[in-house]
Design a protein around this ligand. Sequence first.
Ligand code: NZQ
Ligand code: ZN
Length: 395
Amino acid sequence: MAHNFEFYAPTKVIFGKDAEKETGRQIKEWGAANVLIVYGGGSVKRSGLLEKVEKALSDEQIQFCELGGVVPNPHLDKVYEGIRIGRSKNVDFLLAVGGGSVIDTAKAIAYGLAEPEKDVWELFEHTRTAKMCIPVASVLTIAAAGSETSKGCVITNEKTKQKRAYDDNLARPKFAIMNPDYTKSLPDYQTESGCVDIMMHTMERYFTNGGNMEITDAIAEGLLRTVMKNAVVVHHKPGDENARAEIMWAGSIAHNDLTGCGNDGGDFMTHKLEHELGGMFDVTHGAGLAALWPSWARYVYRECLPRFVRYARNVMGITMEGTDEEIAEAGIYAMEDFYHSIGMPTNLKELGIHPTSAQIEDMAKRCIIASGTQTGSAKKLTQEDAVRIYTNALG
Ligand code: NZQ
Ligand code: ZN
């Protein structure tokens, strides 16, 4: 039986060639006077996108200032820097030009500017909830995190090595500009990590032990098959425009909650285990997910068997006869083959990291503390379970 749900996906999407030219007009509709443009390490300068976006703002007589230098697994210090700039320039709108790290930095700055007397990190420690947030929008350059339509925001406190998420509809972006052409300049590793992340956002909502709907499953399975097919296409032909467009749109649908309607809130433990890897080892998020998922799947599948069988049949195309366990296991092996086929790792060794036992204990402890009561749906995990999943993933 499906659970009751609320579906709230208010982000306006402007998709396709030259979409970035719309940026100024869209911001004007929100009545913004002073925009802070946030970007990363320079890809948007090299591609010429930043210049085009700034022209679009100037054409509408919108004032703006800039904050560059956001790194992947974005840092809290950059958020504080943005809040300081935002206060001094009376910023009333955040525009992220980049990927998930840039968008999440913009969201965190927006929370900080809306409640200036409070420390924004408290949100990520879950010691308070946000009451306000100034508007955020994005011009997306990588299909991956889904932050362009999601309520999520993930920031790393680089001093304590804590990578933490805060989810709130207040920060759902007002609009997302998506021109798939701009994703052609991505390094292959980032493209493929993005495909894994998109798939994982759907899979986290799929492997549950509570509440499923036929329509939600059909959307999820179709999305997963589409991303797999097109990930292979761009792996061999990075310039394929159709494949880039399919993947980009899938990225937004995968994490705007559509693929979770009716379920129990999803599992999300692969994500939570990965966030600890990101905090401690600064790995690329999607690749980290690929390296952990097989270990997680083998650890939990017996407790969520019907979903793993369905996945094997409807997503991985497993046709063999056998017991449910054999079919589920074949689905997991097929997933590993797919990851390898696009150059993604299936364990931590292939990811290039070698955590010690002490580091695994530390990550497991932090992961379970950060998860609070939400420690999974396919199987509720304890700290000991988390240690085993990390250990089995060593390779
Ligand atoms: O910094 P620049 O120079 O722009 O380079 C970036 C960065 O090095 C590069 N890149 C992006 N677009 C490019 C490009 N290079 C060439 N051409 C382009 N068009 O790609 C690298 C990765 O960028 P990043 O923004 O980190 O990628 P992604 O979108 O995968 O974001 C990852 C972050 O999002 C978080 C992750 O944990 C991670 O911190 N997530 C956020 C979520 C959310 N807010 O809802 C949900 C996700 O599960 C995820 O946790
Ligand atoms: Zn993710």
